[in-house]
Design a protein around this ligand. Structure first.
Ligand code: CAA
Length: 261
């Protein structure tokens, strides 16, 4: 197994657990974390034994307290522009991962940390989780999707409130607002997230990828186009061995055995 500088990666059966491991900096996201996550997500995607991943933060305080402010403080604007700073988060971590993954948010998810959590297919939060887009207080604004994904997740009123005041949203408000699927005690967070990931990893793998693509399509397109995409993708899945097996297994009252074909 590969070792990384800023993250820990463990395989637990068919589930890959990825832990951002810079607790002394509240798991702030610097360029090494980005490079490590790109590698780890690519390895997860390529490994046929792995069906779902969980991303969390080391320690009890933070999932990630944002992009690394110390790394950005003295960087000239031309570097941000010429590197197209933050573009790889979306283009690599999100766009190239077709398998499902869950963010298990165990504390602060601020700025880039909140944005990274929102890149996951869904978020499970601990009771002490806190979400926020405090970039305005640093004289900037979200750069890894916060203004777009937060608005889609919680609507304009709350997204404006969060971005303009920089305030934090606690776990209960995040659940009420539809940002997270559920809130669990911190002590149960990883157990819950890993169990959920195991359930997903045990599903027919092609169907898992297609279900994920379908829900994501709802964010990108019109209702008519989305419904068409859904029907066509459904129809394509009916050609799979796993569809034949899944329906046969149901009728024979036994669990299906998947081939991923
Ligand atoms: N970048 C770099 N270092 C960070 C960091 C960050 N985003 N967040 C925390 N740290 C560091 C602190 O500097 C501190 O390091 P030292 O011990 O070396 O001083 C260590 O982590 C512990 O942090 P605090 O002492 O501040 O802990 P606290 O409990 O008093 O406060 C906190 C916790 C409220 C989360 C506070 O750390 C904080 O406000 N952090 C910054 C949050 C933020 O502004 N995030 C947005 C970043 S910009 C961004 O993300 C852009 C984007 O859109 C992608």
């Amino acid at each position: 197994e590969h070792t990384y500088e800023t993250i820990l990666v463990e395989q637990k059966g068919a589930v890959t657990l990825i832990t951002i491991n810079r607790p002394q900096a509240l798991n702030a996201l610097n360029s090494q974390v980005l490079a490590d996550l790109i590698d780890a997500f690519a390895a997860f995607e390529a490994d046929e034994t792995q069906g779902c991943a969980v991303l969390t933060g080391a320690g009890e305080k933070a999932f990630a307290a944002g992009a690394d402010i110390k790394e950005m403080a003295d960087k000239p604007a031309s570097d941000f522009f010429n590197e197209d700073f933050f573009s790889k988060w979306t283009s690599h971590v999100v766009k190239t991962t077709r398998k499902p993954w869950i963010a298990a948010v165990n504390g602060f998810a601020l700025g880039g940390g909140c944005e990274l959590a929102m890149m996951a297919d869904f978020i499970i939060a601990s009771e002490n989780a806190k979400f926020g887009q405090p970039e305005i207080k640093l004289g900037v604004a979200p750069g890894m999707g916060g203004s777009q994904r937060l608005t889609r997740a919680v609507g304009k009123a709350k997204a404006m409130d969060m971005c303009l005041t920089g305030r934090m949203m606690d776990a209960a408000e995040a659940e009420r607002s539809g940002l997270v699927t559920r809130v669990v005690p911190l002590a149960d967070l990883l157990t819950d997230a890993l169990k959920t990931a195991e359930t997903i990893a045990a599903m027919p793998p092609m169907a898992a990828k297609v279900n994920k693509e379908m829900v994501n399509a709802a964010y990108e397109t019109t209702l008519d186009q989305g419904l068409l995409f859904e029907r066509r993708a459904f129809q394509i899945l009916t050609a799979s061995d796993d569809k034949a097996e899944g329906m046969k297994a149901f009728i024979e009252k036994r669990p299906g055995v998947w081939k991923g074909k």
